[in-house]
Design a protein. Structure first.
Length: 528
């Protein structure tokens, strides 16, 4: 029952957020904070054994499969500097600051905290980027960073934790573990991606293909973790490959898969952000040994360190390679201070940080308590909340203030129209070749219908560049959609009336309505 309440409540809040200017992640966190102390609300303690293997893989998969492999490859250097370099830098910067700030906190435990709060969150970055409409290069860099940085952070956390609990940990061992996790995770992904894609293209039913699709992220993550490699990198590698080759899967699978994964992503993202707010009672309950003022001071200072450390890393990482390397100057787009500003400010933390923090053991080797574990949980929680609220609320107005060049709709439409014209000409040539073969003879009306479909597709994009309707103010697209919807609606009413009059049965009604649904979907795709 608590799980059902969480899913239903978070979905309702996320749906309501779409009618407000406040990003859904922030409203969900605020709702979780408000609800957490209501009478009768159960404790929703984050269990790392649930979050990491069950929630993280599908969230990474949905984000990666919608990303562009080609765009990420073009931005591989800045993505690597953020997802690896920045995470390691933030681990040491935050860890050292915590060591100096908190009396009695060992450096090893402080580095555990640094690794926990180092990675910006994949879900938060993607959600905000979609909402505010960032330039494509910055969006690609932030998405690439958020897809890969969890692997670096989890590995750094394991190394720091081994030292904190008393296991023998060396720099050489840490580097070895990092390389095993990184190359092993990518290797597992490379091994799995081709067989999984073969299965997707050879299963003949869309339901079977989508059932496989739902299993893929868990399979990739689980296999990689079994060999002590990075499950995160395995999932991302598989998802990028499958997304890049998605055109090879049949249309029914793509349509169904898109709807299924949109629903899964909506439910999981909503629940994840609500869970963050619901951790407040669990975290505060363990702070009884600390003075309130001291805990607040530590939280504020570490939040400022987290924010400042990202600026300290991002600006040199953006501009120094260009100054030092001619190859970078020749091959990469010139970075701007505006882009660096947004990249530095878009460092929201999320549920992965909290899940890792809750996995900190209660004791060290020898049976003693883990040094100031409850305080580390509290500082992780306040850092996550602080970045989501402060940076999440101010990022959209910051982007508007910086006045990034808007998306050139006319240029995009021209590019789409040219691509569609080339494709339509190829299809038209192929159609004439097929009709010339007597085995493909069609009655003239049906052959003309095929030609008319091609003509409509070719002209639809060009018509978007035309004038709006002087009477209604509608664009050509809007008028076309409205008329098509009204025509299809009239057909639906007739089919339902015939079913109610028992001229057709419900099974035939479903068949007829599905045809109309596909036709309506085609209309919207042609003009979207």
């Amino acid at each position: 029952m608590p799980l059902l309440l969480l899913v239903a409540g978070s979905a309702a809040v996320a749906g309501a957020a779409r009618r407000t200017p406040v990003p859904a992640p922030l409203l969900l966190v605020a709702a979780g904070l408000a609800v957490s102390y209501l009478p009768g609300v159960p404790d929703y303690t984050l269990d790392p054994a649930v979050v990491l293997p069950l929630l993280l893989p599908p969230l990474l998969y949905t984000s990666a499969i919608d990303s562009s492999y080609l765009d990420l490859r073009a931005q591989v250097r800045p993505v690597a500097l953020l997802s690896v370099g920045y995470v390691l830098f933030a681990t040491f910067a935050v860890g050292w600051a915590a060591y100096l700030l908190v009396p009695g906190l060992p450096l090893t435990a402080a580095l555990v905290l640094g690794a926990v709060v180092a990675p910006p969150d994949a879900v938060a970055a993607t959600a905000v980027a979609r909402r505010v409409g960032l330039p494509s290069r910055i969006t690609t860099i932030l998405q690439g960073e958020s897809l890969l940085n969890d692997a670096t952070a989890i590995t750094a956390y394991k190394v720091a934790l081994a030292a904190a609990v008393g296991e023998s940990a060396t720099w050489a061992g840490g580097v070895e573990e990092f390389l095993l996790a990184a190359f092993g995770g990518v290797g597992v992904g490379l091994v799995l991606m081709a067989p999984l894609h073969w299965l997707r293209t050879h299963l003949k039913e869309a339901l079977l293909q989508n059932s496989l699709s739902l299993l893929i992220p868990f399979v990739a993550y689980g296999v990689a973790e079994q060999v002590h490699a990075s499950g995160v990198l395995a999932v991302v590698t598989v998802a990028l490959y499958l997304g890049h080759r998605a055109w090879e899967v049949d249309f029914a699978t793509r349509l169904q898969e898109e709807a299924v994964w949109k629903m899964v992503a909506f439910v999981l993202e909503s629940a994840v952000f609500a869970l963050i707010g619901l951790q407040l009672p669990v975290v505060v309950r363990g702070l009884d040994t600390y003075a309130g003022a001291d805990a607040v001071l530590y939280a504020v200072v570490l939040f400022l360190v987290v924010v400042a450390a990202r600026f300290v890393w991002v600006y040199p990482a953006a501009f120094l390679p260009r100054l030092l390397s001619r190859r970078v100057r020749e091959r990469e787009e010139n970075p701007t201070w505006r882009g660096a500003m947004v990249t530095a400010w878009a460092g929201m933390r999320g549920v992965v940080s909290l899940a890792i923090a809750f996995s900190i053991p209660l004791t060290v080797h020898g049976g003693g308590p883990f040094p100031q574990r409850n305080l580390l949980l509290f500082l992780t929680f306040t850092t996550v909340i602080g970045t989501l609220v402060v940076q999440g609320l101010t990022l959209p107005p910051l982007i508007r203030l910086l006045r990034f060049p808007g998306h050139d709709e006319r240029a995009a439409t021209l590019a789409e129209a040219n691509a569609q014209a080339q494709a339509s000409l190829a299809a038209e040539r192929r159609l004439e070749e097929l009709l010339a073969d007597e085995r493909n003879t069609l009655p003239p009306p049906l052959a003309e219908r095929l030609r008319a479909v091609l003509e409509r597709r070719r002209n639809a994009v060009w018509e978007r560049l035309g004038q709006t309707n002087p009477v209604t103010g509608e664009s050509v697209d809007d008028t076309y959609r409205r008329l098509s919807r009204d025509m299809i609606g009239a057909e639906r009413e007739v089919f339902v009336r015939l079913r109610d009059g028992r001229y057709i049965d419900d099974e035939m009604l479903r068949v007829l309505l599905r045809r109309l649904d596909l036709e309506e979907a085609a209309v919207y795709r042609e003009t979207a």
